[in-house]
Design a protein around this ligand. Structure first.
Ligand code: SF4
Length: 302
């Protein structure tokens, strides 16, 4: 049966003949939206780990982080993606970045170098460095776009604009890099029209993939404070399901879905996934799509 959406696992199986397991790396970066260079305090939802709660401590050398995580798979996976996840993984001089990225290429089981960053933190020199790894292995470059609504970006305190995201994608594409855009689909100031824009603009840009996130609210964040003071009301699970389905329907069928639902942190989480397990939400989305006989790209018009 044809997939109802283009899963990363399908893309990897077609390309490598097997699953490629993602290994999160904490390279000890910080973020220009926290240091004052772009902004202070960070995005209102960002906790102290910078979305890297699943990775090991940055005190552990990168090669040891990878080896320790690979060992956990104990033969269940033989191909891996070195995923620079925590904070802003291009926020350092080029020679420092090179040393860090190089140290993730521990052996030829690493098939993909995956670097996650902000769209306003990639100079042309940094993009040239990242593109140079394409000679050795596949490279994904992930940008936190989060929304294409300027007011939502302001409310999130993202510290970058929509045009900076578009500029970063176009400069990365000039270097033939595979770009993955992140979006938070259930931010309350975004409407369904905004969701359709996210899907259609991503399609027109021709990005390689997208990662969809459901908003979680962590302790010790600005959003956490707003939530506790009743100044922020999350959307419902049904809203999220509707938004994911609408997004997929308007997205080009050629774009790979790297994530459909994000996992909230196990500790210090005030609100996340409506109290359900990730797999449950995942299955609810798939079942609803099957029930409606819909699929990725059904309403894609470009
Ligand atoms: S850009 Fe990422 S790391 Fe920086 S403050 Fe926002 S969520 Fe946190």
């Amino acid at each position: 049966m044809k997939d109802i959406y283009y899963r990363l696992i399908t893309y990897n199986k077609n390309k490598y003949g097997a699953k490629v397991q993602r290994i999160p790396i904490n390279a000890g970066f910080t973020c220009p939206n926290k240091t004052g260079e772009k902004g202070k305090g960070g995005c209102i939802f960002c906790d102290s780990t910078g979305s890297g709660f699943a990775s090991l401590s940055s005190k552990t050398p990168i090669n040891d982080q990878l080896n320790a995580m690979i060992e956990r798979y104990n033969g269940r996976a033989n191909m891996f993606m070195a995923y620079f996840q925590s904070n802003t993984n291009t926020y350092a001089p080029v020679h420092v970045l090179k040393k860090l990225y190089d140290s993730s290429l521990i052996d030829d089981r690493i098939k993909i170098l995956d670097i996650s960053t902000r769209p306003d933190c990639v100079s042309n020199d940094v993009l040239d460095l990242i593109a140079s790894y394409k000679e050795k292995l596949d490279v994904f470059l992930e940008f936190g776009a989060e929304s294409f609504n300027t007011n939502t970006l302001k409310l999130m305190n993202r510290g970058h604009t929509v045009s900076e995201t578009l500029d970063a994608v176009l400069r990365a594409h000039k270097r033939k890099l595979d770009v993955v855009l992140h979006f938070i689909l259930d931010f309350p100031t975004d409407t369904m029209e905004d969701i359709i824009e996210m899907a259609e603009i991503s399609s027109i840009l021709g990005v390689h993939g997208v990662k969809l996130h459901s908003l979680y609210i962590a302790e010790n964040t600005k959003l956490g404070e707003m939530y506790k003071n009743d100044d922020f009301k999350p959307l419902t699970l049904n809203d999220y399901i509707e938004r994911v389905i609408t997004f997929l329907e308007h997205l080009s069928p050629n774009i790979v879905i790297h994530r459909l639902v994000s996992e909230p942190p196990k500790e210090g989480c005030l609100f996340g996934l409506w109290g359900l397990k990730k797999m449950k939400v995942f299955n609810m989305i798939e079942n609803e799509m099957k029930k409606r006989n819909t699929y990725q790209g059904r309403l894609y018009k470009f």
